[in-house]
Structure formats: structure tokens, C-alpha cells
Design a protein. Structure first.
Length: 392
């Protein structure tokens, strides 16, 4: 870590070149002979990547940035805030601190935070930034989180861990036993030191398989940002043996979409099936990840079009965790019937259909965009249909 990078003239240079071509900057050279040009370029690249993901850091003067890989791997501010609101109490230890975004937001909810990071330089960077951000209730430890936990003679209200999803060859992994540290090995240690444990994992993990590996799971939070699943958060509670709750959240600019259900209730729930009615519903990504196909139908009193279509319909408009449409017309899937509608531009979606969106656009000569939404799907009688819809 070189604090000369925080000198006022160098900071001005970094901020004035956030939109500059990096190759051109390297070719011209830097006007600061005492500093390696690569260090300044690293600051520019990392700060650029933080503009939308980490606006508080981006808009705060004299933030010191790590390399761009650390920025890529860190939580966004939006998801970090969401995680923090799931916690409360007096103490939390973050065993895998990284760039410190999660610990920063936990510090807004919990009185005392212990941040652990094994990378010495990254730990120093985060400690420096916490001073800049006036975060005074975070203790920074340059130590392996597991070792720190074993040495600290105190209980915590919460343990938070985001295991590294890179193997020794720096390749991406996502299964629990491939990550570092191995959660399966240490979950007993975690629950010995804290009543509550939050584990962040890859969204690729299978829920049912992972539930076999983890004990005392109380809640599973599935979190998406603008309909892209970002995180699975597993909440473990010491001695908990009750039902597992699935809590889905799609974070959006306007408002978050939420849908919660009991994991074991999904298999017991029965969906109703019907032909398309007045309204059509398309579940968001977190509901689909949760596999809440029957629960959505029974909880919201809406019907499915087909067992495998995962589209829903009703005559009365309901609040729904996903997109809602008014069905204007139902068409059979054939070129002649579609041609009569004279639709040349539309948004196309397929669910449980034999052709891809690209094939459909080519076959029916449909350009992308506009205010018409076409759903190509299969009804309960296994007939291929087109639903012409408008957004509600």
C-alpha cells in the first residue's frame, strides 16, 4: 500500500482520467516519476468499476482501491445493505472480510464489528478506508478468520462468512466443499462461537443438496438485483430444528419484490391449472431459483397454464413477484394465424416451447422492442399457443 496515491495532485489525475483510454495513458506515461504507473492505472480501473457498484466509496474523497479483481468479487452496496438488515445485536465477526463492504454495512446495524482478512495489503487498505469513512466501530484483523475465531475468547451474536470461490489454480468453484474455508468442516465451530451464522454462497448451489450438508438452517434468502440472482444467504441458528423458510427478494429501483414460503410446503402444495384468463404472470428469477412453482399458485390463488410452463393466470389482478401482463388475445401457433395480426415488432418470451426466441423472430419476422409482449408457450392440453399481451 502506497499512501502517496492519496496525494491531492495524484487524486486529481485519477479522477480526471476515469474515462480515458488506459492504453493511451500508459503510452504517454505519468507525470509522477516517483510512482510506478501501474499503481495509478490500478486505481483508475478499480475506481471506474466502483461507480455503480459502490457509489459511497466512489463519491468519497481519498478512497484507496485494491486491484480490480477484489472489486469484481465484493458485494455491491445494495446487496450489502440488504444483508445488514437481516441482522441485529451487539457483535458480529466477518471471517472473510475482502474489501470490507459487508462489514461496513453490518456496522450500521450492530454495535461492534470484527473484520478479518488474511491478505495483509487488502487489510491495510480497508483499515485506511474505514478511517476515511468514519467507521469507528470496526476492528480490523490481518488474520485468517478461522484462526482468529479460535483465538478470540468471546461469543458473538453473528458470524458472517463468504468463502472464497476460487481454487488453488484461481479457477471458479461453487460447491461448499470446494470453497475456502470448507463450510461443512467448520459449521460446528461457527455455532459454538455464535448463536447466528450467515453464509453467503454462489447462486448456483442446489438448495436441496446443500440442505443435506448444513445443519440448523433456519432461513434461506435468495437475493437478486434487477432480476439477476446474486446471492444465496444461509441463516443458521444454534440448536434450531424447525422448518426452513425460503425468503426471496428481487431488489429493484422502484421497490423490492418479495415472496416467502416454507421449503417443505412446496411439495405439499397443489397448483390449479386453467386456460389463459385475463392476466398473465411471469415469475422473477428468485422465485424460479427457489422452485416455488406450486407455492406461488396456492399462496396467491392464481392458476398455472401448464405443469412445465411456469406461467400463471387469473381474472383478478394480484400483487405478484415478477412481471404482470394483460392478455389481449390468444392465438394458435401457426404462421397464418399470426400473420393476420400484422405484428412486426414485439418483445418475445418463450416458456416450455419447442423453438428459441431467435428462431421465432426469424420464422415470424418479428423485430425486437415496442409495447407488445408475445409469450410462446404450451397450455394444459399440450397445445402450442401465442399470448398477445400488454404490460400492466
Amino acid at each position: 500500500m502506497n499512501l502517496d496515491l492519496l496525494h491531492i495532485e495524484i487524486q486529481k489525475f485519477i479522477n480526471s482520467n476515469l474515462k480515458s483510454d488506459i492504453s493511451s495513458l500508459l503510452f504517454k506515461g505519468m507525470p509522477f516519476g516517483h510512482l510506478d504507473s501501474k499503481l495509478i492505472i490500478e486505481q483508475i480501473e478499480s475506481k471506474k468499476r466502483s461507480e455503480n457498484k459502490l457509489p459511497t466509496w466512489f463519491n468519497t474523497k481519498n478512497i484507496y482501491y485494491p486491484n480490480k479483481l477484489n472489486i469484481e468479487q465484493t458485494s455491491s452496496e445494495i446487496t450489502a445493505k440488504h444483508k445488514a438488515h437481516l441482522t441485529s445485536g451487539k457483535s458480529l465477526i466477518d471471517l472473510t472480510g475482502g474489501f470490507g463492504i459487508d462489514a461496513y454495512y453490518f456496522s450500521k446495524q450492530i454495535e461492534n464489528i470484527t473484520y478479518c482478512e488474511i491478505n495483509a495489503e487488502l487489510s491495510e487498505i480497508v483499515k485506511q478506508n474505514y478511517k476515511t469513512l468514519n467507521s469507528n466501530n470496526i476492528e480490523c484483523l490481518n488474520q485468517n478468520g478461522i484462526d482468529a475465531l479460535k483465538c478470540i475468547d468471546q461469543p458473538f451474536d453473528w458470524i458472517y462468512i463468504d468463502p472464497s470461490r476460487r481454487d488453488d489454480a484461481k479457477q471458479k468453484v461453487f460447491l461448499l466443499f470446494d470453497c475456502t474455508p470448507n463450510i461443512k468442516t467448520f459449521q460446528g465451530l461457527f455455532l459454538k462461537h455464535a448463536k447466528n451464522v450467515m453464509i453467503k454462497t454462489s447462486p448456483l448451489l442446489d438448495l436441496s443438496a446443500t440442505l443435506k450438508d448444513l445443519k440448523h438452517v433456519k432461513d434461506i434468502h435468495i437475493v437478486a438485483l434487477n432480476n439477476e440472482v446474486k446471492e444465496l444467504l444461509w441463516i443458521l441458528e444454534r440448536d434450531y430444528l424447525g422448518e426452513v423458510s425460503i425468503k426471496t427478494t428481487n431488489l429493484q429501483k422502484e421497490a423490492a419484490q418479495n415472496f416467502n414460503f416454507q421449503y417443505n410446503n412446496e411439495s405439499a402444495s397443489v397448483a390449479e391449472y386453467t386456460q389463459p384468463l385475463t392476466y398473465l404472470y411471469e415469475p422473477n428469477s428468485v422465485v424460479l431459483k427457489a422452485g416455488a412453482f406450486n407455492s406461488v399458485s396456492s399462496e396467491l390463488n392464481i392458476s398455472k397454464l401448464h405443469k412445465h410452463s411456469h406461467l400463471y393466470t387469473s381474472d383478478l389482478l394480484v400483487d405478484f413477484p415478477g412481471r404482470r401482463f394483460k392478455i389481449e388475445k390468444r392465438l394458435p401457433f401457426n404462421k397464418k394465424a399470426f400473420a393476420k395480426e400484422k405484428i412486426t415488432k414485439a418483445n418475445v418470451t418463450t416458456r416450455n416451447f419447442t423453438l428459441s426466441v431467435g428462431d421465432i423472430r426469424k420464422k415470424l419476422r418479428i423485430k425486437d422492442g415496442g409495447n407488445i409482449y408475445l409469450f410462446f408457450t404450451t397450455d394444459l392440453n399440450d397445445e402450442k399457443i401465442i399470448l398477445v399481451c400488454s404490460k400492466t
